[in-house]
Design a binder for this molecule. Structure first.
Ligand code: M6P
Ligand code: ZN
Length: 191
């Protein structure tokens, strides 16, 4: 069936995508074990369950040829000294790519292959990052305001969280003397 063309409105400051079909909210309890300081995580969860990030999607067919559109808003904050971040994922169809466009705030894109090759890219408003096929990706908010970005990826890419939930990323972003620093993730293990 032939789909009709359409347009959306994207608010560059807030990331609001209108109209969108679904907003997903990820709280700390949805990311259990993903921040390295499990003691801080536990202490925070005893008192509250903060929102770490939310993302709004326009639902489009999960088919080759289509594209998926989403905006994500990561709140400012840390668990222990590790900055708020997305869970991060590989694609279920690993030979698919993705584009991120920074809109508001600042942060870093962490990207890695299954074998442990690692890269990071600083994202500011206007930065376009291209994530080639086979690279897992996570965004991290290192600023003091919400970090907002727009994402486009193939319709049938899908999400694979399994590997990242098990071992995390090769490196993690922590605050040291008021500055973001990449350090080795003690839990990262090569397959
Ligand atoms: C971006 C895109 C989405 C992703 C979302 C949240 O909008 O990459 O595909 O779902 O960020 O990231 P994650 O799925 O890793 O929690
Ligand atoms: Zn992706």
């Amino acid at each position: 069936m032939l789909m009709k063309p359409f347009s959306l409105n994207l608010n560059f400051k807030t990331g609001d995508l209108l109209p969108h079909d679904r907003t997903n909210i990820r709280r700390l309890s949805d990311m259990k074990g993903m921040f390295y300081d499990s003691k801080s995580e536990q202490q925070i969860l005893e008192k509250e369950n903060p929102i770490i990030y939310s993302f709004s999607e326009k639902i489009l067919p999960e088919e080759n040829g289509h594209l998926q559109l989403a905006t994500t808003r990561i709140l400012p904050g840390k668990i222990g000294n590790e900055y708020y971040m997305t869970k991060g994922h590989y694609h279920k169809r690993p030979d698919t790519s993705e584009v991120y466009l920074g809109l508001e705030g600042e942060g870093w894109l962490l990207i890695q292959t299954e074998k442990g090759e690692f890269e990071s890219i600083q994202i500011r408003p206007g930065t376009i990052a291209y994530i080639p096929p086979y690279w897992g990706h996570r965004m991290v908010n290192t600023g003091s305001v919400p970090f907002v970005f727009f994402a486009v990826y193939p319709g049938d890419a899908g999400h694979n969280y399994g590997d990242i939930e098990r071992t995390g990323f090769v490196k993690i972003l922590v605050e040291r003397e008021g500055k973001p620093v990449l350090i080795d993730n003690p839990r990262w293990k090569k397959e």
